[in-house]
Design a protein around this ligand. Sequence first.
Ligand code: 13P
Ligand code: 13P
Ligand code: MG
Ligand code: MG
Ligand code: MG
Ligand code: MG
Length: 374
Amino acid sequence: MITLSVIKADTGGFVGHSAVHPRLTAEARREIERAKSSGLLVDGHVESCGDDISLIMTHTYGPEAGLIHSFAWDTFQATTHIAKDLGLYGAGQDLLSDAFSGNLRGMGPGYAEMEFEERPSEPVLCFLADKTEPGAWNLPLYKMFADPSNTAGLVIDEMMHAGFAFEVYDLCEDRRIVFDCPAELYDMLMYIGAPARYVVHGVRSKTLGTTAAATSTQRLSLIAGRYVGKDDPVMIVRCQSGLPAVGEALEPFAFAYSVAGCMRGSHHAPIMPVPVGQAHPSRFDGPPRVVALGFQIKDGRLVGPRDMFDDPAFDGARRQATEVMDYLRRHGPFEPHRLPLEDLEYTTMASLTRRLSHRWTPITTEVATPAGLR
Ligand code: 13P
Ligand code: 13P
Ligand code: MG
Ligand code: MG
Ligand code: MG
Ligand code: MG
């Protein structure tokens, strides 16, 4: 069995929240090389999307392994150190705790992990997104694993016909459920169509009995009085041979669907699939970006990556994202561009409530109409 772990954190933005400084990426790469030499990792790769660094790692310790998580934590401490030296924005932004204790749950960094028996050919896609939240994977996962208009294999591949099981987290109540699709597809859509609260954590093949997809949905934990766990997400999708073909797993991103995030984490905006070199959201801290790194895994080695959205066939989605961004921007501070009050990452509402509470008066029938208007 091999474990693929993608662990990410924002340890400082260059400039603002738009990108990762090359010195941070270089430091993370040095750490990955050291961990490969010491035998901790079978292989590793470092990539960034926006201001988030992702460590893509293969190893044999299984998910939630203390050794792997503490390695990632130490690496992010090291990049934070450099970010502070360079005065980068929000240095150490996602390291919410002072001390590492066992694993990264509730510590700030996000992680998607899966353990599986490597097939003779093991094509895997690692999706990294910036300026959005884990629920942003709900729509593409539904399309990949449950929509025959997206995934031809659901109809014409014998091994996909039985469908897939979706594990969904309720981030508000700290509970989970497994939906058997397609039988329970309509039940599931009632929930995952509300991605701020219900988030697909993983998908399994019913025929193969193995894991097919994993996202960085951390259970929400309370740290220093605020909820954490909803942040710029990553996702792993295994492909082919009873699972979606690579092209079927990429196809949902040919549509620039709307996600929550963008400026101050408080706006709806279209997600834009881009090659790694364009994953630097600067216009209104957006539009939110997604990159897809393709690997063939062989004996745990990460053969790749291929930059999967570096394909002119995604130009249409990029154009669409720009058009939708223009349209939504014209709403300024109004919904549906601005998020509903309960989903805002930034808010002045609490202080407004305090300051204005005495000025709100009941609406009565006794409205004094100015004399001139009678
Ligand atoms: P090839 O014929 O190029 O191997 O493609 C097969 C396939 O399944 C594409 O989705
Ligand atoms: P990040 O979550 O990517 O740091 O972005 C935060 C933000 O406020 C962007 O405007
Ligand atoms: Mg972040
Ligand atoms: Mg940031
Ligand atoms: Mg970010
Ligand atoms: Mg964010």
